[in-house]
Design a protein around this ligand. Sequence first.
Ligand code: 2RA
Length: 341
Amino acid sequence: MSYRIAVVGATGLVGQEMLNILAEREFPAARVHALASRRSLGQTAAYGERTLKVAALDDFDFSQVDIALFAAGGSVAAEHAPRAAHAGAMVIDNSSHFRMDPDVPLVVPEVNPEALGQASKRIIANPNCSTAQMVVALKPLHDRAILRRVSVATYQAVSGAGKAASDELFTQTRNIFVNQEPEPEAFTKQIAFNVIPHIDVFMDDGATKEEWKMVVETKKILDPKVRVFATCVRVPVFVGHAEALHLEFAQPIEPDEAREILREAPGVLVVDKPEDGGYVTPVEAAGEFATYVSRIRTDPTVEHGLALWCVSDNLRKGAALNAVQIAESLIARHLPAPAGD
Ligand code: 2RA
């Protein structure tokens, strides 16, 4: 069986990663359409060994598609995802536009695959990158010891903000090295050799929207009773989000037991030794599929406390891989007959 696929936003960082992962995982695709806005017309996108010509999204006929992966931002998803779903495609959208819609499941296949059956609008939302890796690590521990509270500090790569942000880090870093001094007035915000506790817009309560996303999305995916507090920070790293997780459980859970549980958990790789190289950093996680967990320790300041270090490729598990895994799960569970049936 094979399926007709569209990738919307194929020329962006996440869209290109979706094509890479579809090829790497040998997704059973009968045809793959690379779609983007008119300004990208004439561009191409790599799909494994093949090169796809980018077609215009505006007048694309989605009746020729079984699964549409969207990585083009909220406004494009708002306009075209319902059109694609109405034409018969199953839509998996990476933007935040549909995530909190009660009729749209927000899915991380390792955590809440059962939600896939609730896609009444034929739209499934992909969570925020910083949420996805966190709930993969939290789910097995929650099942064992009932997670009550999460306090998380994130260290988020610039690629989470897109290609322009990645280019800006490169340019600022080169500028500082070549010119031997920063030119702050030349930078919108200096990210080179700096960290910025501000991702997305500020909200009325002083949190950023990125921090709000981690709270509400974790509740929707994992358990609405879990209390979450987040501080999200941009750091001068190209790919790979890292997170310091401070957890409180209802029941006792020791580091050794947590390590064993995580070693058996889907999508998780544990690297945890109190020595050089005994933990994972974004440089090692970039390009990989896994959610890595290190520095598993008791937090003695709270009852049943545990601390973790969690790292994953934000363009992969944080976006493109999770979307492709949802497509794989749909095929395994629900998707109607494939192309040609
Ligand atoms: C970021 N999570 O890292 C946001 C969107 N990808 O910028």
